[in-house]
Design a protein around this ligand. Structure first.
Ligand code: G3H
Ligand code: 13P
Ligand code: ZN
Length: 333
Protein backbone atom coordinates (compact mmCIF):
# COMPACT_ATOMS: atom_id res chain seq x y z
CA UNK A 1 0.00 0.00 0.00
CA UNK A 2 1.48 3.35 -1.10
CA UNK A 3 -0.19 6.58 -0.08
CA UNK A 4 -0.30 9.25 -2.75
CA UNK A 5 0.50 11.75 -0.03
CA UNK A 6 4.00 10.29 0.29
CA UNK A 7 4.46 10.85 -3.45
CA UNK A 8 3.61 14.56 -3.20
CA UNK A 9 0.33 14.14 -5.11
CA UNK A 10 -3.00 15.70 -4.11
CA UNK A 11 -6.62 14.57 -4.41
CA UNK A 12 -9.26 16.74 -6.10
CA UNK A 13 -11.04 18.19 -3.02
CA UNK A 14 -9.26 21.54 -2.76
CA UNK A 15 -8.71 21.87 -6.52
CA UNK A 16 -12.42 21.51 -7.24
CA UNK A 17 -13.57 23.70 -4.36
CA UNK A 18 -11.43 26.58 -5.64
CA UNK A 19 -12.30 25.93 -9.30
CA UNK A 20 -16.07 25.98 -8.69
CA UNK A 21 -15.80 29.14 -6.58
CA UNK A 22 -13.39 30.80 -9.02
CA UNK A 23 -15.25 30.02 -12.24
CA UNK A 24 -12.49 28.07 -13.96
CA UNK A 25 -11.78 24.39 -14.69
CA UNK A 26 -8.88 22.06 -13.90
CA UNK A 27 -7.27 20.47 -16.97
CA UNK A 28 -7.41 16.67 -16.96
CA UNK A 29 -4.85 15.53 -19.51
CA UNK A 30 -4.39 11.84 -20.39
CA UNK A 31 -0.85 10.53 -20.63
CA UNK A 32 0.65 7.33 -22.03
CA UNK A 33 4.30 8.21 -22.45
CA UNK A 34 7.18 10.31 -21.18
CA UNK A 35 6.93 13.08 -23.75
CA UNK A 36 3.27 13.74 -22.93
CA UNK A 37 4.02 13.82 -19.23
CA UNK A 38 6.96 16.19 -19.70
CA UNK A 39 4.92 18.50 -21.91
CA UNK A 40 2.04 18.58 -19.40
CA UNK A 41 4.34 19.34 -16.47
CA UNK A 42 6.33 21.97 -18.38
CA UNK A 43 3.10 23.74 -19.32
CA UNK A 44 1.66 23.54 -15.80
CA UNK A 45 4.90 24.59 -14.10
CA UNK A 46 5.24 27.56 -16.43
CA UNK A 47 1.66 28.70 -15.92
CA UNK A 48 1.31 27.51 -12.29
CA UNK A 49 -1.81 25.56 -13.16
CA UNK A 50 -3.15 22.71 -11.03
CA UNK A 51 -3.47 19.57 -13.13
CA UNK A 52 -4.98 16.11 -13.23
CA UNK A 53 -2.79 13.48 -14.90
CA UNK A 54 -5.12 10.79 -16.19
CA UNK A 55 -4.40 7.15 -16.85
CA UNK A 56 -6.94 5.17 -18.89
CA UNK A 57 -7.22 1.39 -19.05
CA UNK A 58 -5.64 1.62 -22.51
CA UNK A 59 -2.74 3.61 -21.03
CA UNK A 60 -2.25 0.98 -18.30
CA UNK A 61 -2.07 -1.74 -20.92
CA UNK A 62 0.27 0.26 -23.13
CA UNK A 63 2.67 1.69 -20.59
CA UNK A 64 2.15 -0.44 -17.45
CA UNK A 65 0.40 0.94 -14.36
CA UNK A 66 3.52 0.75 -12.18
CA UNK A 67 5.60 2.73 -14.65
CA UNK A 68 2.87 5.36 -14.97
CA UNK A 69 2.66 5.69 -11.20
CA UNK A 70 6.41 6.20 -10.92
CA UNK A 71 6.21 8.70 -13.76
CA UNK A 72 3.63 10.66 -11.77
CA UNK A 73 5.95 10.60 -8.77
CA UNK A 74 8.70 11.78 -11.10
CA UNK A 75 6.36 14.46 -12.40
CA UNK A 76 6.12 16.01 -8.93
CA UNK A 77 9.92 16.15 -8.62
CA UNK A 78 10.28 17.43 -12.19
CA UNK A 79 7.75 20.20 -11.48
CA UNK A 80 9.79 21.30 -8.46
CA UNK A 81 12.98 21.21 -10.51
CA UNK A 82 11.28 23.52 -13.00
CA UNK A 83 10.71 26.02 -10.19
CA UNK A 84 7.09 25.18 -9.30
CA UNK A 85 7.47 25.23 -5.54
CA UNK A 86 4.11 23.73 -4.56
CA UNK A 87 2.93 21.62 -7.48
CA UNK A 88 -0.70 20.56 -7.35
CA UNK A 89 -0.74 17.35 -9.32
CA UNK A 90 -3.43 14.70 -9.04
CA UNK A 91 -2.94 11.19 -10.43
CA UNK A 92 -6.32 9.93 -11.60
CA UNK A 93 -7.66 6.68 -13.04
CA UNK A 94 -9.76 7.53 -16.11
CA UNK A 95 -12.83 5.34 -16.82
CA UNK A 96 -12.19 2.61 -14.24
CA UNK A 97 -14.76 -0.09 -14.88
CA UNK A 98 -14.45 -2.46 -11.91
CA UNK A 99 -14.04 -2.20 -8.15
CA UNK A 100 -10.85 -4.27 -8.37
CA UNK A 101 -9.22 -1.88 -10.84
CA UNK A 102 -10.11 1.16 -8.73
CA UNK A 103 -8.83 -0.58 -5.59
CA UNK A 104 -5.55 -1.49 -7.25
CA UNK A 105 -5.03 2.17 -8.24
CA UNK A 106 -5.85 3.40 -4.72
CA UNK A 107 -3.42 0.85 -3.31
CA UNK A 108 -0.58 1.89 -5.57
CA UNK A 109 -0.66 5.65 -5.03
CA UNK A 110 -3.35 7.17 -7.24
CA UNK A 111 -4.98 10.17 -5.53
CA UNK A 112 -8.25 9.98 -7.44
CA UNK A 113 -10.20 7.35 -9.37
CA UNK A 114 -13.13 7.35 -11.74
CA UNK A 115 -15.60 4.50 -11.59
CA UNK A 116 -17.48 4.62 -14.85
CA UNK A 117 -20.57 2.48 -14.34
CA UNK A 118 -22.63 4.70 -16.62
CA UNK A 119 -23.48 1.79 -18.90
CA UNK A 120 -25.19 -0.03 -16.01
CA UNK A 121 -28.77 0.52 -14.85
CA UNK A 122 -29.20 3.39 -12.33
CA UNK A 123 -29.32 1.21 -9.19
CA UNK A 124 -26.28 -0.83 -10.22
CA UNK A 125 -24.36 2.33 -11.07
CA UNK A 126 -25.07 3.65 -7.55
CA UNK A 127 -24.13 0.32 -5.96
CA UNK A 128 -20.77 -0.03 -7.70
CA UNK A 129 -19.91 3.66 -7.28
CA UNK A 130 -20.73 3.45 -3.56
CA UNK A 131 -18.50 0.40 -3.15
CA UNK A 132 -15.57 2.28 -4.71
CA UNK A 133 -16.32 5.41 -2.66
CA UNK A 134 -16.34 3.43 0.60
CA UNK A 135 -12.92 1.96 -0.14
CA UNK A 136 -11.29 5.07 -1.65
CA UNK A 137 -12.45 7.45 1.06
CA UNK A 138 -10.69 5.36 3.72
CA UNK A 139 -7.47 6.58 2.10
CA UNK A 140 -8.62 10.11 1.26
CA UNK A 141 -8.77 9.24 -2.43
CA UNK A 142 -11.49 11.11 -4.33
CA UNK A 143 -13.99 9.41 -6.65
CA UNK A 144 -15.51 10.60 -9.91
CA UNK A 145 -18.66 8.86 -11.12
CA UNK A 146 -20.66 9.16 -14.35
CA UNK A 147 -24.35 9.45 -15.07
CA UNK A 148 -25.58 9.58 -18.67
CA UNK A 149 -23.83 8.08 -21.68
CA UNK A 150 -21.29 9.70 -24.01
CA UNK A 151 -21.04 8.48 -27.57
CA UNK A 152 -17.71 7.74 -29.21
CA UNK A 153 -15.21 5.02 -29.72
CA UNK A 154 -11.65 4.79 -28.42
CA UNK A 155 -9.51 1.86 -27.35
CA UNK A 156 -11.44 1.12 -24.19
CA UNK A 157 -14.33 3.55 -24.11
CA UNK A 158 -17.15 2.99 -26.53
CA UNK A 159 -20.86 3.64 -26.95
CA UNK A 160 -22.93 3.95 -30.11
CA UNK A 161 -25.25 6.71 -28.97
CA UNK A 162 -25.20 9.37 -26.30
CA UNK A 163 -27.93 9.82 -23.69
CA UNK A 164 -27.96 13.11 -21.84
CA UNK A 165 -27.79 12.98 -18.07
CA UNK A 166 -31.26 13.32 -16.56
CA UNK A 167 -31.21 16.28 -14.15
CA UNK A 168 -33.98 14.69 -12.07
CA UNK A 169 -31.63 11.81 -11.20
CA UNK A 170 -28.53 13.69 -10.06
CA UNK A 171 -29.48 14.48 -6.44
CA UNK A 172 -30.34 10.89 -5.63
CA UNK A 173 -27.27 9.61 -7.47
CA UNK A 174 -24.78 11.94 -5.77
CA UNK A 175 -26.33 11.53 -2.32
CA UNK A 176 -26.63 7.75 -2.34
CA UNK A 177 -23.33 6.99 -4.07
CA UNK A 178 -21.26 9.52 -2.10
CA UNK A 179 -19.18 10.42 -5.17
CA UNK A 180 -16.99 13.54 -5.03
CA UNK A 181 -17.63 14.67 -8.60
CA UNK A 182 -19.97 13.74 -11.40
CA UNK A 183 -19.26 13.35 -15.12
CA UNK A 184 -22.32 14.26 -17.17
CA UNK A 185 -23.43 13.87 -20.75
CA UNK A 186 -24.48 17.09 -22.50
CA UNK A 187 -23.39 16.39 -26.07
CA UNK A 188 -19.62 15.88 -25.87
CA UNK A 189 -18.15 12.56 -26.98
CA UNK A 190 -14.79 10.82 -27.05
CA UNK A 191 -12.30 10.88 -29.91
CA UNK A 192 -11.64 13.11 -32.94
CA UNK A 193 -14.98 12.47 -34.67
CA UNK A 194 -17.45 13.92 -32.21
CA UNK A 195 -20.21 14.69 -34.67
CA UNK A 196 -21.35 13.17 -37.92
CA UNK A 197 -21.19 15.64 -40.85
CA UNK A 198 -25.00 15.46 -41.11
CA UNK A 199 -25.29 16.79 -37.53
CA UNK A 200 -23.19 19.86 -38.45
CA UNK A 201 -23.70 23.03 -40.45
CA UNK A 202 -21.08 24.27 -42.90
CA UNK A 203 -19.48 27.67 -42.24
CA UNK A 204 -19.81 29.40 -45.64
CA UNK A 205 -16.69 31.53 -45.02
CA UNK A 206 -14.31 28.66 -44.24
CA UNK A 207 -16.10 25.56 -45.50
CA UNK A 208 -15.49 23.99 -42.06
CA UNK A 209 -18.06 21.89 -40.21
CA UNK A 210 -19.81 23.70 -37.33
CA UNK A 211 -21.13 21.26 -34.72
CA UNK A 212 -24.42 21.59 -32.85
CA UNK A 213 -24.14 23.39 -29.47
CA UNK A 214 -23.79 21.52 -26.18
CA UNK A 215 -26.92 21.13 -24.06
CA UNK A 216 -26.24 24.01 -21.68
CA UNK A 217 -29.86 23.85 -20.53
CA UNK A 218 -29.19 20.35 -19.13
CA UNK A 219 -25.98 21.58 -17.46
CA UNK A 220 -27.80 24.52 -15.84
CA UNK A 221 -30.59 22.25 -14.60
CA UNK A 222 -27.99 19.98 -13.01
CA UNK A 223 -26.24 22.96 -11.42
CA UNK A 224 -29.53 24.07 -9.89
CA UNK A 225 -30.13 20.62 -8.43
CA UNK A 226 -26.60 20.29 -7.02
CA UNK A 227 -25.35 23.80 -6.22
CA UNK A 228 -21.56 23.93 -5.96
CA UNK A 229 -21.13 20.22 -6.72
CA UNK A 230 -18.13 19.49 -8.99
CA UNK A 231 -19.21 18.56 -12.52
CA UNK A 232 -16.88 16.91 -15.06
CA UNK A 233 -16.89 17.09 -18.86
CA UNK A 234 -15.37 14.20 -20.75
CA UNK A 235 -14.78 14.26 -24.49
CA UNK A 236 -13.76 17.92 -24.51
CA UNK A 237 -11.13 18.06 -27.21
CA UNK A 238 -11.63 20.80 -29.77
CA UNK A 239 -9.88 18.94 -32.60
CA UNK A 240 -7.80 21.93 -33.83
CA UNK A 241 -8.27 22.14 -37.58
CA UNK A 242 -4.66 23.31 -38.11
CA UNK A 243 -3.44 20.03 -36.62
CA UNK A 244 -5.89 18.02 -38.74
CA UNK A 245 -4.73 19.96 -41.83
CA UNK A 246 -1.05 19.32 -41.03
CA UNK A 247 -1.70 15.60 -40.54
CA UNK A 248 -3.58 15.40 -43.85
CA UNK A 249 -0.98 17.52 -45.67
CA UNK A 250 1.78 15.12 -44.67
CA UNK A 251 0.09 11.89 -45.67
CA UNK A 252 -2.60 11.43 -43.01
CA UNK A 253 -6.23 10.62 -43.71
CA UNK A 254 -8.40 12.30 -41.10
CA UNK A 255 -11.68 13.15 -42.75
CA UNK A 256 -14.37 15.34 -41.16
CA UNK A 257 -12.75 15.30 -37.73
CA UNK A 258 -14.63 17.79 -35.57
CA UNK A 259 -14.53 18.71 -31.88
CA UNK A 260 -16.09 21.01 -29.27
CA UNK A 261 -15.66 24.72 -30.08
CA UNK A 262 -13.44 26.46 -27.54
CA UNK A 263 -15.94 29.20 -26.75
CA UNK A 264 -18.35 26.55 -25.47
CA UNK A 265 -15.66 25.05 -23.24
CA UNK A 266 -14.85 28.55 -21.94
CA UNK A 267 -18.49 28.97 -21.04
CA UNK A 268 -18.63 25.54 -19.37
CA UNK A 269 -15.47 26.28 -17.34
CA UNK A 270 -17.18 29.33 -15.81
CA UNK A 271 -20.00 27.11 -14.51
CA UNK A 272 -19.94 24.16 -12.07
CA UNK A 273 -17.84 22.27 -14.62
CA UNK A 274 -14.51 22.11 -12.81
CA UNK A 275 -12.71 19.27 -14.66
CA UNK A 276 -12.34 19.19 -18.44
CA UNK A 277 -10.90 16.05 -20.04
CA UNK A 278 -8.61 16.42 -23.03
CA UNK A 279 -6.81 13.56 -24.75
CA UNK A 280 -7.47 13.58 -28.50
CA UNK A 281 -6.06 17.10 -29.03
CA UNK A 282 -2.74 16.00 -27.61
CA UNK A 283 -2.74 12.95 -29.90
CA UNK A 284 -3.39 15.21 -32.89
CA UNK A 285 -0.64 17.68 -31.93
CA UNK A 286 1.84 14.84 -31.48
CA UNK A 287 0.93 13.10 -34.73
CA UNK A 288 1.01 16.34 -36.75
CA UNK A 289 4.49 17.25 -35.48
CA UNK A 290 5.88 13.77 -36.12
CA UNK A 291 4.38 13.55 -39.62
CA UNK A 292 5.89 16.94 -40.47
CA UNK A 293 9.41 15.83 -39.47
CA UNK A 294 9.03 12.54 -41.33
CA UNK A 295 7.91 14.37 -44.48
CA UNK A 296 10.47 17.16 -44.34
CA UNK A 297 13.45 15.14 -43.10
CA UNK A 298 13.01 11.63 -44.47
CA UNK A 299 16.61 10.71 -43.60
CA UNK A 300 16.03 11.38 -39.88
CA UNK A 301 15.87 8.29 -37.68
CA UNK A 302 16.80 9.50 -34.20
CA UNK A 303 13.47 9.37 -32.27
CA UNK A 304 14.51 12.43 -30.28
CA UNK A 305 14.43 14.44 -33.49
CA UNK A 306 10.71 13.83 -33.97
CA UNK A 307 9.54 13.18 -30.42
CA UNK A 308 11.22 16.44 -29.33
CA UNK A 309 9.18 18.63 -31.73
CA UNK A 310 6.11 16.58 -30.82
CA UNK A 311 6.70 17.36 -27.14
CA UNK A 312 7.10 21.08 -27.90
CA UNK A 313 3.90 21.08 -29.90
CA UNK A 314 1.95 19.36 -27.10
CA UNK A 315 3.34 21.82 -24.55
CA UNK A 316 2.08 24.71 -26.70
CA UNK A 317 -1.34 23.07 -26.90
CA UNK A 318 -1.53 22.47 -23.12
CA UNK A 319 -0.50 26.07 -22.40
CA UNK A 320 -3.17 27.34 -24.77
CA UNK A 321 -5.85 25.26 -23.03
CA UNK A 322 -4.75 26.38 -19.58
CA UNK A 323 -4.44 30.09 -20.40
CA UNK A 324 -7.09 30.67 -23.04
CA UNK A 325 -9.77 28.05 -22.49
CA UNK A 326 -9.93 26.65 -18.94
CA UNK A 327 -8.65 29.69 -17.05
CA UNK A 328 -6.55 27.65 -14.61
CA UNK A 329 -3.28 29.60 -15.02
CA UNK A 330 -1.95 31.04 -11.78
CA UNK A 331 -4.33 28.99 -9.62
CA UNK A 332 -1.54 26.88 -8.07
CA UNK A 333 1.10 29.47 -7.19
O1 G3H B 1 -11.77 8.61 -22.46
C1 G3H B 1 -10.95 8.10 -23.19
C2 G3H B 1 -9.55 8.54 -23.20
O2 G3H B 1 -9.30 9.41 -24.28
C3 G3H B 1 -8.63 7.37 -23.18
O3 G3H B 1 -8.58 6.75 -24.40
O4 G3H B 1 -8.84 4.32 -23.92
O5 G3H B 1 -7.72 5.14 -26.01
O6 G3H B 1 -6.58 5.37 -23.79
P1 G3H B 1 -7.89 5.28 -24.54
P1 13P C 1 -11.29 13.60 -25.91
O1 13P C 1 -11.31 12.38 -26.74
O2 13P C 1 -12.29 14.62 -26.38
O3 13P C 1 -9.94 14.20 -25.77
O4 13P C 1 -11.78 13.19 -24.43
C1 13P C 1 -10.91 12.59 -23.51
C2 13P C 1 -11.60 12.05 -22.32
O5 13P C 1 -12.74 12.30 -22.05
C3 13P C 1 -10.81 11.18 -21.43
O6 13P C 1 -11.57 10.62 -20.42
ZN1 ZN D 1 -13.58 10.16 -20.91
Amino acid sequence: MVSYKELGLVNTVEMFKKAVAGGYAIPAFNFNNMEQMQAIIQACAETKSPVILQVSSGARKYANQTILRYMAEGAVQYAKELGWEHPQICLHLDHGDTFELCKSCVDMGFSSVMIDASSLPFEENIKLTKQVVEYAHKYDVTVEAELGVLAGVEDEVSAEESHYTKPEEVIEFATRSGCDSLAISIGTSHGAYKFKPEQCKVDPATGRLVPPPLAFDVLHEIEKKLPGFPIVLHGSSSVPQEEVDTINKYGGALKAAVGIPEEQLREAAKSAVCKINIDSDSRLAMTAAIRKVFAEKPAEFDPRKYLGPARDSMKKLYMHKIINVLGSAGKAE
